[in-house]
Design a protein around this ligand. Structure first.
Ligand code: HEC
Length: 235
C-alpha cells in the first residue's frame, strides 16, 4: 500500500520524502502560538490569545497527517529500521500530539488558565525543536559537513552515503549495524551477504533491486550512484 503511493508519485516525477514538506506547518504554528500567547500575557493583548489558540488548533490538525507521512517515509526510505533518531522522533511525535491536545482543550477554558496554556505551548515548542533536531540527525548525520567539499566525487559520494546509507552501514569496519559494514567493500571479489560477484555493474543493480531486507535506492541519480561508488572505493 505504502509502496503504491510512492510508485504513483514517482510516475509524476516526485521522488522525495513527503514528511519534510509538511513539517513546516505544525512547527510554524507552534512557534506562532507560543509567541502570540507570550505577547498576550506581557502586553495584556487579550485578542491575541485567540490568535494563539487558532494557531495551536491548526498545528494539531496538521500534526496528524505530518506524523503519518513521517511513518510512511520511514518505511519507504529507511525500510522501517528502528534506529536511534527514529526512536526519538516517534517518542517526541507522541509527546507533541499529547501537549497539543492538552493545549487545545485547556485553551477553551479561557483567560484564567493563560499561564498554564503558555507553559503547554512552550512544551509543544520544545517537542517540535527536538523533532527537527533528530530529523536533521537522520538526514545529515553528525559528520555530513566534513564531506561537503565540492567537485570531488568521493566527497559528494560521502554525502550521498550519509543521507542514504549511514543509518544501516558502518564505513570504518565490516561489523554489522543493520546491514554489513562496508569497509574495503570494493577490494573484495564478492558481495558480503549475497555472495554475488563484486562489480560496479552489480552494485548498481543492487541499488535498484537489493538483496533481501535492504530498501531499494532507485531514486538516486546516475551521478549520485557514480559518486557513491567513488566513495565506497576509498573505504
Ligand atoms: C534500512 C537499512 C539499510 C539502508 C538504509 C541501506 N542498507 Fe545496504 N543493506 C541492508 C541490509 C539489512 C543488508 C543485508 C542484506 C540482507 O540481509 O537483506 C544490506 C546489504 C548491503 C550490501 C551487501 C549486499 C550483498 O549482496 O551482499 C551492500 C553493498 C549495501 N547494503 C550497500 C548499501 C548502500 C550503498 C546503501 C545506501 C545507498 C545502503 N546499503 C542502504 C540495510 C540497509
Amino acid at each position: 500500500m505504502i509502496e503504491f503511493v510512492y510508485q504513483i508519485l514517482t510516475k509524476f516525477g516526485y521522488t522525495h520524502p513527503l514528511h519534510p514538506t509538511l513539517t513546516h506547518v505544525p512547527i510554524g504554528m507552534v512557534i506562532g502560538a507560543f509567541l502570540f500567547a507570550l505577547a498576550a500575557l506581557i502586553f495584556r493583548w487579550t485578542t491575541v490569545t485567540r490568535t494563539a489558540r487558532h494557531c495551536v488548533i491548526l498545528a494539531l490538525i496538521v500534526a496528524l497527517p505530518t506524523t503519518l507521512l513521517g511513518i510512511m517515509d520511514w518505511q519507504h526510505f529507511y525500510g522501517g529500521a528502528l534506529i536511534f533518531p527514529i526512536k526519538m522522533k516517534l517518542v517526541l511525535a507522541g509527546v507533541l500530539l499529547i501537549f497539543l491536545t492538552l493545549a487545545v482543550i485547556v485553551g477553551f477554558f479561557g483567560e484564567k488558565f493563560s499561564t498554564l496554556v503558555l507553559a503547554l505551548y512552550a512544551l509543544c515548542l520544545l517537542s517540535a525543536v527536538g523533532l527537527g533536531y533528530f530529523g536533521g540527525e537522520l538526514v545529515y548525520g553528525t559528520k555530513a559537513s566534513v564531506a561537503a567539499t565540492v567537485e570531488d566525487p568521493a566527497a559528494e559520494g560521502a554525502m550521498v552515503f550519509q543521507q542514504n546509507c549511514s543509518a544501516c552501514h558502518l564505513t570504518d569496519s565490516t561489523a554489522q549495524k543493520i546491514g554489513p559494514g562496508l569497509k574495503g567493500i570494493f577490494k573484495q571479489d564478492k558481495f558480503p551477504v549475497s555472495g554475488q560477484p563484486l562489480s560496479e555493474e552489480n552494485f548498481k543493480k543492487l541499488l535498484q533491486k537489493p538483496f533481501d531486507k535492504m530498501p531499494p535506492f532507485g531514486h538516486l541519480t546516475p551521478e549520485q550512484v557514480d559518486a557513491l561508488t567513488a566513495y565506497l572505493k576509498t573505504l
